[in-house]
Design a binder for this molecule. Structure first.
Ligand SMILES: [Zn+2]
Length: 250
């Protein structure tokens, strides 16, 4: 049975890439086993078909070095926090027993993102209840972090993703049916506006600037974390990647 270090959940097949793609790429390239669970097949999206989107999602997962990418097939644009959906999320948490669960932030404009946030949060807790009626051995992931989509808030900490930024962009580009230029697709949306990818980049640069890095992704923690060794925490770098780029340009 494959156990994962990190399991990231998203409502739609491109959410994880947008919010936390760089963090997953970084951890996978450090040797951690990472996986993605898309809650819906994105069938309510204006462009692309579920089959197309599954293919794009698998391509992106390969670029990101993911060990698994599953799809729970819950209803897109009609996601609900009900017993059936909770059971599906609990069973996948019990199956992969991740040390860290990543889910969307608890505030967002898109109702699916909000419900996904709630589903992941509740399932992460309920999954540990011995008598909860779901398949699999009880397991409660020790750490739940939330990533940002349509609403940004102050992150608890920032992951420096400068070194893997090209791969984050490549993973996003794999979702051609969503982010492709308007002439190639059926319907103009917020995300196929060419400025959308630039907006993601601008946010990643802004978040990176909080730790003097070129690009960063923020994570929000509701819970307290245990620290055994203060030396694993890093503050602002004295000689960060920005200086390296500056020196190379000179
Ligand atoms: Zn989404």
């Amino acid at each position: 049975m494959l156990e994962l270090d990190i399991l990231a959940f998203g409502s739609h097949p491109d959410d994880v890439e947008i919010g936390i793609g760089g963090t997953l790429i970084k951890h996978a390239s450090q040797g951690y086993k990472c996986g993605i669970i898309d809650l819906t097949r994105g069938e309510a999206g204006s462009n692309g078909t579920p089959e197309m989107r599954r293919e794009e999602a698998l391509k992106a997962a390969e670029i990101m070095g993911m060990s698994v990418r599953d799809n729970l097939g819950l209803p897109d644009a009609r996601l609900k926090v009900d017993e059936e959906s909770l059971r599906a999320v609990i069973e996948v948490i019990r199956k992969y027993r991740p040390r860290v669960v990543l889910g969307p932030y608890w505030q967002d404009k898109h109702p699916d993102h909000l419900r996904a946030s709630q589903l992941v949060r509740e399932a992460s807790y309920l999954s540990g209840l011995r008598r909860y009626p779901a398949a699999g051995e009880p397991y409660r992931p020790p750490l739940l972090c939330q990533y940002f989509l349509a609403v940004f808030a102050e992150p608890t900490f920032v992951v420096d993703i400068s070194a893997c930024y090209e791969r984050k962009l490549a993973a996003l580009s794999a979702h051609q049916s969503q982010f492709g230029l308007p002439r190639d697709i059926d319907w103009r949306t917020l995300v196929n506006n060419p400025l959308f990818i630039r907006m993601i980049q601008a946010r990643d640069q802004y978040v990176g600037s909080m730790i003097l890095a070129l690009y960063g992704e923020g994570l929000y923690l509701e819970q307290k974390v245990v620290v055994e060794d203060l030396m694993v925490l890093k503050g602002l770098p004295q000689d960060g990647p920005a200086w390296k780029v500056y020196r190379e340009k000179k």
